[in-house]
Write a protein that binds this ligand. Structure first.
Ligand code: ATP
Ligand code: MG
Length: 425
């Protein structure tokens, strides 16, 4: 084989694509209940947009971005996540002038140069939402409820929701200093990455997956003990609203998320069944980002779902969907074949998915093909039938068959497709 995909990216093929469409359609339906409308932003942006929002000292910006110079020498990056672009679009298109709150969802590919492994790819897909202009903690609880409703509708249970508050620019620096002091005494037990970054981004050490770091931060001061009054009140109300909505959650004070723009509420939905890559969806508040990008001061909150991980869970938990045509037309002889061509056209226009047997062959072999395609009904047209102006319609699930006039096929099909199966004694 001469050409293969680049490392870490993959083709998404049928029948999996049916599952993807199902997830996307369900998400769109649920999001509409909460007033979220779709926004589509470009896949490429100026590099600066991501550096400024995600943060210079984050894994994404330090080592994961696909960045290149375009022909005019500008630095361009393939988006590693969705929020920065939505915030840019929000400001550039003056979306803050729309009636508040402004609520958007997006879906599409993201790109991160990570070490490919199960649940971790270089091109992956997210469905995400962003809600602007509401700082009420009810919004935080509501979007988590929306996420739960979606996962529930998709048939996924057994998920853990972890929540935390990482404070705001008023209270976080105090905590940060405390944490740096705490880590200083344990610097030798940190991994190389954490030793390097503990002074610039000490919160990241808290959710480092390396065993030594995990042990080192076990008794670290907790951010929730350092929240200012406003952040504390927000967090407490948020938790009480989650309870009111009967959403099960656990507080994880070391869950800080890998992007610098977050303030106050952060959350992650995880599952035991994905192994090391256990986060299915994650999000949080970013009350400072719109202002920092030059827009009016606007609180905001969002989350993103990792599609590949979600699809893996769905495939483990239920039968994959199949694409089954309504009709397979079996033809015997040239005249029948010619007639079938027109019938297929009419059936499709009438709303029946229809497959033709181009290859001909015996009745038996054509019926076998119809079975393999999981067609619901076979329409059999031979020379005899043609002479009489009829066809045999055979329901493949139970073998029930009727003879119908050629021009009445669509009407009879309705009956065959929707009548109860005959019981087999
Ligand atoms: P992780 O801790 O797994 O690296 P993250 O904190 O980097 O996740 P986010 O940036 O919050 O992830 O993205 C939200 C979701 O997107 C994640 O919860 C995950 O489901 C998915 N995701 C992130 N990176 C990848 C990747 N490289 N491949 C597949 N899915 C990913
Ligand atoms: Mg990551």
């Amino acid at each position: 084989m001469k050409y293969r995909t680049i490392k870490g990216v993959q083709d998404i093929l049928p029948p999996d694509t049916l599952l993807w469409q199902h997830v996307e359609a369900t998400a769109q339906e649920i999001f509409a209940l909460y007033g979220f409308q779709e926004i589509r932003t470009p896949i490429i942006e100026f590099t600066e947009l991501f550096v400024r929002s995600i943060g210079e000292n984050t894994d994404i910006v330090e080592k994961e971005m696909y960045t290149f110079e375009d022909r005019a020498g500008r630095s361009i990056t393939l988006r590693p996540e969705g929020t920065a672009s939505v915030v840019r679009a929000y400001i550039q298109n003056h979306l803050y002038n729309l009636p508040a709150p402004q609520k958007f969802f997006y879906k599409g590919p993201m790109f991160r140069y990570e070490r490919p492994q199960k649940g971790r790819y270089r091109q992956f897909h997210q469905i995400g939402v962003e809600a602007f202009a509401v700082d009420d903690p009810r919004m935080d609880a509501e979007i988590i409820e929306m996420l739960h409703l979606l996962l529930d509708r998709l048939g996924l249970g057994n998920l853990n929701t972890e929540v935390n508050s990482i404070g705001c620019p008023n209270c976080r620096p105090v905590y940060r200093d405390k944490l740096i002091q705490y880590l200083k005494d344990r610097i030798d037990s940190l991994c190389a990455d954490c030793q390097r970054r503990y002074e610039v981004n000490p919160l990241r050490v808290l959710d480092c997956k390396v065993q030594g770091c995990k042990a080192a931060v076990k008794d670290a001061p907790r951010i929730t003990d350092f929240l200012c009054n406003d952040c504390k009140e927000h967090f407490e109300k948020f938790l009480s609203y989650l309870k009111a909505l009967e959403i099960p959650f656990t507080i994880n004070t070391s869950m800080v998320r890998g992007l610098d723009y977050y303030t106050r509420t952060t959350f992650e939905v995880t599952t035991e069944s994905l192994g090391a890559q256990n986060a299915v969806a994650a999000g949080g508040r970013y009350d400072g980002l719109v202002k920092e990008f030059g827009g009016p001061s606007t609180p905001a909150i969002g989350f993103a779902i990792g599609m590949e991980r979600l699809i893996t869970l769905l495939k483990d938990s239920k039968e994959p969907p199949a694409f089954c045509p309504d009709v397979y037309i079996v033809t015997l002889g040239d005249n029948a074949e010619e007639k079938a061509f027109g019938i297929a056209s009419a059936l499709r226009k009438g709303g029946f998915s229809t497959e033709l047997s181009y290859k001909g062959g015996s009745l038996k072999s054509q019926l076998r093909r119809a079975d393999r395609l999981k067609a619901k009904v076979a329409i059999i047209i031979g020379e005899d039938e043609l002479a009489k102006g009829v066809a045999v319609c055979k329901r493949l699930s139970d073998g029930m068959q009727i003879e119908v006039a050629l021009d009445e096929i669509p009407k009879s099909l309705e009956g065959l497709l929707h009548s109860p199966p005959i019981s087999v004694r």
